[in-house]
Structures are given as structure tokens and as C-alpha cells.
Write a protein that binds this ligand. Structure first.
Ligand code: PMV
Length: 355
């Protein structure tokens, strides 16, 4: 019998890359492997209500924070087109997509990773309902939680590349590479290697330097790597840094961690500065913060470091045992560089949850 209607709900977090994904081939295939910390507090909560329909084509409504939103529709339309082949029921139902973020919308924090992974997970839950299997007790052992998460990550990737790293935690690898067996270009894989206790509950305080719209969309950004004079070297470097990071994560060598993570952030921005057209996505306050962090490290034995995504905001990463001192440092020395003194405290998390 056909299921006429129903409703599913997921919360899915944002993530912050340690080794950056920058450059893609067709079908959202990354040019290089990446690895990220899954976040905990910065997340999207999405409920999808599905109702059987007769009409042809896609049919959906989007509500953002309770208000009908037209601006998100084209993105979701594109997403639906890309995944249609893998989600056959997509044209058979009308979807009411109700979504909200735990972080302010215009904070300059990309919501594409959390948003796209949340929808992908909802679609997987609907697939599960329509095929009438429980995630865990599939008769053939196929429709199990590995299949569920892998396909959710696969679909999320087609929404936004980095979204495929938000399904699980606390570390996720995406992109074929020789360091991690089982890694894939098609979906993110939970990091199952040894992780030293130094990285337990690692903290990420996000300093909101510029809450405006991104100057360069990531779609345009990735395209800048086509024909980029340093592309080949950059992609090779990402493989190299990933291998190094594996050793560092096992040994707990925080000094080596800082070097890789900061170098990756600056390299991402260096790629944008040396592409054609070229961009500077950092703001003066981004540099002020970076310099303050470096000065703080010199005068203390702190292992605090920064990373950046494709914008001006700064992610301040540090071990849990430095929480009190770094929060004090942020409040006294860094908050003045944030737009309206705004920052968000987060830490690494375990991934998405059904609610
Ligand atoms: O997922 P996209 O296409 O928005 O790309 C995100 C790229 C970076 O955030 C800059 C790096 C990364 O690996 O997350």
C-alpha cells in the first residue's frame, strides 16, 4: 500500500574543514580530499512533511523560521534535479520544508552544509518509511545504518559539497586518497582512526568579523581553481597535509596541528588571491585577530590557532583544557574586532540526529 503522507525531522550541524576542499569537477566531485571537525551548536533543524500528489514535476514549499521563503527555492529546485535519479519518489509527493538555524541567518556562517545535510537526511527517512524498513533491522542487512548515512551524505554532497561532511562526527574525511582506506569522492566517511585525547571536545569559537553576504559564492570560488596556476601543487599539498594530520591526530602533537590548520586556511585564501579574477576575502579585522592569536601564542604556551572558510570570519580552535583562558583572551582582546561584538561558542560534535 502507498503511504499517503507523513513527516520527518532532523537536526544537522555545520562543520569546519581542517584540510580544505577548494576546487571541484563535474557532479560535485572534489579535486582534493578534505577533513573536517563536525560542530555541535551551529546547526539546522528541518522538518519535511510529505503528501502524495497527482500533478507532475517537483512540488515543494519552504518555510524559513516560520515564514514562507521564496529565496531558498531555486537552490532546492537545483538540488532536487541533481538527486532526482537517486530519489525516485521526489516527484510523487508534495514537500513542505520547514527549516531554522540555531545561528543568526545573516552571521556570515554558511548554512549550506547544515541545511543541505538536514534535507538529505529527511529524504532518507522518507525513503525508509516508503520502503517500510527500519534502519537497523533490515531483512537483507542492506538497508542498514551504514547505507542510510552513506546515501544521506551522498545526497548532501549534491546539495553542497562540504555538506557531505555534516552527517557524522567528530571528524569526517571526504575525497579519494591513499591515507584512508574506504575514503570516497562520493560521500564523507567517519574518521575511525586513533584520535588522541588532546582533541577531545576541541573548541571552536567563531568570531563574526563580517556578517554580510559572501563576496564570492563557493560555486564561483571552486571554478577559480580551473586553470589556476598553482592548482596541481595545491591539490597535491592537500593529500600531503591529510597524511600528516593522521599522524598528528594519533600522537596529539598540537604544535604540528596548529601548523597544518593555519597553513591550510592561509593557502585557501592564497588560492583566491592568485586566481583570475582575484579576491581578498579577509578583512582588516581578520588580520588583526590572526596577529593577536600569534602574539598570544608567543607569550603563553597556548596551542590556540585559527582557521578560515571562504570569508572574513575567524574560527578560533583550541583544546578543551584552555577553555577558560582562551574565552578570557577572546573577551578582552578579540571581541572588539567582531561586528557588534558578536561571536559564537561551539565545539566538536557527533553529527546529525533525528528528532
Ligand atoms: O560546500 P561548498 O561548495 O560551499 O564549499 C565549501 C568550501 C570551504 O568551506 C571553503 C572549505 C571546506 O572544505 O569546507
Amino acid at each position: 500500500t502507498t503511504v499517503e503522507n507523513g513527516s520527518v525531522k532532523w537536526e544537522s550541524p555545520s562543520n569546519i574543514a581542517l584540510v580544505k576542499y577548494w576546487g571541484k569537477k563535474e557532479h560535485q566531485i572534489p579535486e582534493n580530499p578534505s577533513i573536517s571537525f563536525t560542530l555541535s551548536n551551529c546547526k539546522t533543524i528541518t522538518e519535511v512533511t510529505f503528501t502524495k500528489k497527482e500533478s507532475e514535476g517537483f512540488s515543494f514549499d519552504v518555510f524559513f523560521e516560520g515564514i514562507k521563503n521564496e529565496a531558498f527555492k531555486p537552490k532546492i529546485q537545483t538540488f532536487f534535479k541533481r538527486i532526482e535519479h537517486y530519489v525516485p519518489f521526489l516527484k510523487e509527493y508534495h514537500f513542505k520544508i520547514e527549516t531554522s538555524n540555531t545561528f543568526p541567518h545573516s552571521s556570515g556562517i554558511a548554512s549550506s552544509a547544515s541545511g543541505m545535510s538536514a534535507i538529505a537526511l529527511c529524504l532518507m527517512s522518507i525513503e525508509q518509511i516508503l520502503t517500510n524498513y527500519s534502519t537497523l533491522d533490515a531483512p537483507d542487512g542492506f538497508y542498514n545504518s551504514t547505507y542510510f548515512k552513506q546515501k544521506a551524505s551522498f545526497l548532501a554532497r549534491l546539495g553542497s559539497g562540504s555538506a557531505c561532511r555534516s552527517v557524522e562526527g567528530t571528524l569526517v574525511v571526504w575525497g579519494n586518497n591513499n591515507t584512508f582506506e574506504g575514503s570516497s569522492d562520493l560521500y564523507g566517511v567517519k574518521y575511525e582512526e586513533e584520535v588522541h585525547s588532546n582533541f577531545q571536545n576541541y573548541q571552536d569559537t567563531i568570531l563574526l568579523v563580517d556578517k554580510g553576504e559572501k563576496q564570492v559564492s563557493s560555486t564561483v570560488g571552486h571554478q577559480l581553481m580551473y586553470g589556476h596556476p598553482f592548482a596541481k601543487e595545491r591539490f597535491a599539498q592537500a593529500h600531503d597535509n591529510l597524511a600528516k594530520l593522521k599522524t598528528i591526530l594519533a600522537s596529539g602533537d598540537l604544535e604540528a596541528f596548529v601548523k597544518i590548520v593555519e597553513s591550510e586556511a592561509l593557502t585557501l585564501h592564497a588560492m583566491m588571491m592568485t586566481s583570475m579574477p582575484y579576491f581578498i576575502l579577509m578583512k582588516p579585522n581578520t588580520l588583526e585577530i590572526i596577529n593577536k592569536i600569534w602574539a598570544y601564542r608567543l607569550k603563553t604556551d597556548s596551542k590556540v590557532c585559527f582557521t578560515l572558510d571562504a570569508g572574513a570570519n575567524v574560527h578560533v580552535l583550541y583544546p578543551e583544557n584552555e577553555k577558560a583562558s582562551i574565552l578570557e583572551f577572546i573577551k578582552t582582546e578579540l571581541v572588539s574586532y567582531c561586528q557588534n561584538g558578536h561571536y559564537i561558542c561551539d565545539q566538536i560534535g557527533l553529527g546529525a540526529n533525528q528528532i
